[in-house]
Structure formats: structure tokens, C-alpha cells
Design a protein around this ligand. Structure first.
Ligand code: C5P
Length: 242
């Protein structure tokens, strides 16, 4: 069960500090990570990361950095100082941006005897279509861009990517087994689809090769969120082989 717990990421999609705190108190022993995204971080700032850490939770800082190499690397070091366990950048920022980030994060963590966080790259946002790419001058299919950017992230020394469950196979084929693939869009049988269109059950996502699952509303909107988290963990544990 501990193996499953370390792979479950709860999306802390709330807009104020006290709601975030209530979720962390309820779920810190059920999930491996709390995902803090742009809305909550812009509203509450680093204090919300500290709050999760103080309550024994680990943080996936989902700010998707994309800027010149030096700026992303410096932001990444600030994320390390906050003690986040996972953060991400856009792979479209390029090889040099990712390499500089890896180098500076490695140097910082070595100098301060810290464990390096898991560095993730976003390939192509799942809201993007072929048309979205075409409009910005990229004339390659999404299914070609996703593994290409994942391979670039791996080449830069990144630990993994964020991807939709249907992309997991394509990414595993080029990046191998030793690479994290974090997938949102997961819906257990007991939950509603909400606005997710292409969804996968927790067991199917694990079986497809996902290493971590991001789950929000199937837990937060459940009548009994702790029970919902337990059911998801059971399903993941079974798919992981016990
Ligand atoms: O509530 P739900 O389980 O759909 O939440 C999923 C989380 O993953 C949300 O924070 C959402 O923004 C994020 N996400 C997603 N689909 C993507 C990328 C991120 O649902 N393609």
C-alpha cells in the first residue's frame, strides 16, 4: 500500500489557504503528494507550500516554468529551497533551458546536502490540438511531438514527464522504464467524469505504465474523501501487484 501511496498525487485545486489546510489534514497520510498549481500559489504564495510540508505532506509544485534558461534555473532553485519534492517546466522551453535547470539544481542540492526533487517536463498540453500547434508554426502531429519532447527532457537529465494516460505507451517506448510518467485524467469507476474527456481508471493507468497519478475531484467531490482515496489506493496497489 505504501508503494501505491507514494504514487498518488492529490490536486489541491482550491483557492484559499484554509481550505487547502483542511484537505492536507484530511489526506496527508493517504496520498504521496499535494499538487499546488498556479491558482493556489498565486493566491497564497510559498506559505501554502510550507503549510503542506509542516503537516507532513510532500509537494508537487505545478507551475510549469517556461522562460530563458537562467530564469527557469533560478526559479527551480527557489522551489528546492521551499522543499518541494517535484516540480515541472515546459519541455518546449528547449534542451538548454532544461539542461541549465538540471545543472543548477544538482549543484544547489549537492552544496546543501538536499535530495534533488523530481524534475518533470510537460510535453504538449492535452488541451492543445494539431490546430493549436499549427497556429504557432509547429506542423508535426501531437503524437510525434509528445515522445520527441519527452526524449529531449530525458536527454537533459529530467526525471520524467506529465502526460495523458493515452500517451504513456508512446513515451515509455522512447524513454524506457526508468522515467516518471505522471498522469492526470484518472477516473475510478465510482467517480463522475466531470470535464475530463479521455479518462482512464487508476488500474489501467498503472497497467499502461504511469508511475504517478494525479487525482482531484474523484477524491474532493466524494461523500467520503478518505474512503475514496482508500479505494483508489486499493486499485493502484492491485495493479502494482499487491
Ligand atoms: O479533478 P481532476 O482529477 O480532474 O484534477 C486533475 C488535475 O490535473 C487538475 O489540477 C488539472 O488541472 C490537472 N490536469 C488535467 N489534465 C491535464 C493536465 C493537468 O486534468 N491534461
Amino acid at each position: 500500500m505504501e508503494n501505491a501511496r507514494r504514487r498518488l498525487i492529490f490536486a489541491l485545486d482550491v483557492d484559499d489557504f484554509s481550505q487547502a489546510q483542511a484537505w492536507v489534514e484530511q489526506l496527508h497520510d493517504k496520498v504521496g503528494f499535494f499538487k499546488i498549481g498556479k491558482q493556489l500559489f498565486t493566491r497564497c504564495g510559498p506559505d501554502v507550500v510550507r503549510m503542506v510540508r509542516e503537516r507532513g505532506g510532500e509537494v508537487f509544485l505545478d507551475l510549469k516554468y517556461h522562460d530563458i534558461p537562467n530564469t527557469v534555473a533560478k526559479a527551480a532553485i527557489e522551489a528546492c529551497k521551499l522543499g518541494v519534492q517535484m516540480f515541472n517546466v515546459h519541455a518546449l522551453g528547449g534542451l538548454e533551458m532544461m539542461q541549465t535547470t538540471v545543472r543548477e539544481v544538482d549543484d544547489y542540492c549537492a552544496a546543501h546536502a538536499l535530495q534533488r526533487p523530481t524534475l518533470l517536463a510537460v510535453t504538449i498540453l492535452t488541451s492543445s490540438t494539431e490546430q493549436t500547434l499549427h497556429q504557432v508554426g509547429i506542423d508535426r502531429p501531437v503524437d510525434e511531438m509528445v515522445p520527441r519532447l519527452a526524449a529531449l527532457a530525458k536527454q537533459a537529465g529530467f526525471d520524467g514527464v506529465v502526460a495523458s494516460p493515452r500517451e504513456v505507451g508512446l513515451i515509455r517506448a522512447v524513454c524506457g522504464d526508468d522515467f516518471a510518467i505522471v498522469t492526470p485524467g484518472v477516473r475510478p469507476a465510482f467517480a463522475s467524469l466531470d470535464d475530463q474527456k479521455r479518462v482512464t481508471t487508476p488500474a489501467d493507468a498503472i497497467a499502461a505504465g504511469a508511475s504517478h497519478l494525479v487525482v482531484g475531484r474523484p477524491i474532493s467531490a466524494a461523500n467520503d474523501p478518505q474512503q475514496a482515496a482508500r479505494l483508489i489506493l486499493d486499485e493502484m496497489a492491485q495493479a502494482l501487484g499487491g
